[in-house]
Design a protein around this ligand. Structure first.
Ligand SMILES: [Zn+2]
Ligand SMILES: [Zn+2]
Length: 133
């Protein structure tokens, strides 16, 4: 079991099982919304995920017609992204998951729109847009 919570602690959740994909997204939306060089996402299936508290504190923002982003209305922590075409998967903000979970090899996506002031200095695979499935 993996646990996680937002910065203020109102929203908490548990994940039953392992993260099935780990990606670093360099698109401009993730950079702005995470206030960082990129957003890191842990993909889990909807069935693995359960909120423990704070569902009334969650706000939703549609950053495009097929993406919804969920965040804490009290502290602003990013919680997850959902993709309309992938209803069974959740893309959790990796930074809100506790501890040192086992993860698949990470990769970089939307490298074509990465911040000009940031250099990728690892050997993980890079894709200009989405990774091929
Ligand atoms: Zn919060
Ligand atoms: Zn992104």
């Amino acid at each position: 079991m993996l646990n996680g919570h937002c910065e203020c602690g109102r929203i908490s959740f548990v994940i039953d099982g392992e993260i099935n994909q780990l990606s670093h997204c360099h698109c401009s939306q993730c950079r702005r919304l995470h206030g960082a060089a990129y957003g890191t996402f842990a993909r889990v299936t909807k069935k693995q995920f359960q909120y423990l508290s704070g569902t009334n504190d969650i706000k939703e923002y549609a950053s495009s017609s097929d993406l919804k982003r969920f965040f804490c209305s009290n502290c602003g922590s990013n919680i997850m992204v959902t993709v309309n075409d992938e209803p069974e998967q959740l893309y959790l903000a990796m930074g809100i998951i506790d501890g040192d979970p086992i993860t698949p090899e990470p990769f970089h996506i939307f490298v074509s729109s990465k911040a000009p002031w940031h250099s990728i200095n690892d050997n993980a695979a890079q894709f200009d847009e989405f990774a091929p499935e």
